[in-house]
Design a protein around this ligand. Structure first.
Ligand code: GLA
Length: 376
């Protein structure tokens, strides 16, 4: 993996000894099921090849020294003492959040040195922060022999976001980073946490194109959407929007604007996830594409999480006969588009789409899947 900065130091050069433990965790792309997780619903993410890796060595004292190869030289190295975690220190908050939450959950740590590197682009809707949390939790599990299974790791990562970083996210990203694989989708019930792996048929391949417009879930828009859903559920008298049936949609649509449309997105999106799982299992390619486009339209019109650059990518996808469907993936307000293409045809279609995007948007798009090195 290429380091983003040439002058990055190795673990050994920095800390004077080789690392004892290495761990990694992938970013994820969500095929369908957006803004359903915090409503108790269904999601269908996959792991992407881009990932975060950590190198670690325990220390005898209670200090944590953390180095990120992705950050400019001035802020690359952060340091703190266990028990003194303070939010507001940028990327270091994810490390601090992990040690704080582990402590709150009764796990015993010593200090450690950690070196981090990621090729999951931050703010791209591909869960760079979940990849960091899960990679670090995996590394600490091994370093200190912590009794944590993969679901527990995901739940702790989510708590880092919600309780320490201040981003009120659902559980999808951390579950995907901890449990999903490339080549099969993780069909997850975000309420019960029951999951199943659904293989992608060999006839299709996923494409992921990053618009280059970045977002942050600690900011207002994601939080507002989540609060709108909670308010709608309270007004409709259900614990979560998952508990509504389609027959109750007319009642929801009578709620004050924009709550009805938010509910409609969640209800129809949950149904689309179930349909997509059926279509994948039946290798029903004719249904998959329209489901992706319908999900996108619902995110754009009912949930209002799209932006012009994302619309451009989805419109360009529609002009490609080998692309079956496309949609905004992740939290929205920028980020990436996921597409399903006919196997073997994706790289060429993605290259054409990103070239035309650069012409029209005046900024480059990055094709992340298929990875450029492996693209045919
Ligand atoms: C972000 C959050 C997830 C999920 C998606 C939207 O990625 O981290 O929990 O809510 O947005 O589907």
């Amino acid at each position: 993996m290429r380091a983003p900065h040439d002058d990055v130091l190795s673990f050994e050069a920095l800390f004077g000894q080789p690392p004892r433990i290495r761990a990694r965790a992938p970013g994820r792309v969500n095929l369908i099921g957006e803004h359903t997780d915090y409503n108790g619903g269904f999601v269908l993410p996959m792991a992407i090849p881009q990932h975060t890796e950590v190198e670690l060595a325990p220390r005898e004292d209670r200090r944590v020294r953390a180095y990120s190869a992705n950050i400019g030289p001035a802020e690359r190295l952060g340091e703190y003492a266990l028990g003194q975690e303070q939010p507001g220190r940028g990327w270091l908050d994810y490390v601090q959040g992990v040690t704080r939450i582990l402590h709150d959950e009764g796990h015993t740590l010593r200090g450690f040195d950690v070196w981090l590197r990621s090729d999951v682009p931050a703010g791209s809707g591909l869960s760079s922060s979940a990849a960091l949390e899960v990679a670090l939790l995996r590394g600490l599990r091994e370093t200190f022999g912590l009794a944590l299974d993969d679901v527990r790791i995901a739940l702790l990562g989510q708590r880092v976001e919600c309780d320490f970083v201040g981003a009120p996210v659902g559980v999808m990203d951390q579950m995907a980073s901890s449990l999903a694989q490339e080549g099969s989708a993780l069909f997850l019930d975000a309420r019960s946490l029951r999951y199943e792996r659904v293989p992608l048929p060999w006839e299709v391949e996923p494409l992921v194109i990053n618009s280059g417009v970045t977002h942050s879930h600690a900011g207002g828009d994601y939080r507002v959407r989540r609060m709108e859903c909670e308010r709608a559920a309270a007004l409709l008298g259900v614990p979560q929007l998952r508990d509504l049936t389609e027959q109750e949609l007319p009642r929801a649509l009578a709620l004050p604007e924009p709550l009805g449309r938010r509910v409609r997105h969640v209800l129809t999106e949950n149904a689309r996830v179930l349909d997509a799982v059926r279509a994948l299992r039946a290798v029903d390619l004719a249904s998959l594409g329209p489901l992706l486009y319908a999900s996108h339209a619902s995110q754009r019109d009912d949930y209002e999480v799209s932006v012009p650059e994302i619309e451009l990518l989805v419109d360009l996808a529609r002009t490609e006969p080998d692309v079956l469907g496309a949609r905004l993936t992740g939290g929205g307000f920028g980020g990436s588009v996921v597409m399903l293409a006919r196997a073997g045809k994706g790289a060429a279609a993605a290259a054409r789409i990103s070239a035309r995007y650069a012409e029209h948007a005046g900024r480059p798009a990055t094709v992340l899947v298929p990875e450029p090195a492996t693209a045919t």
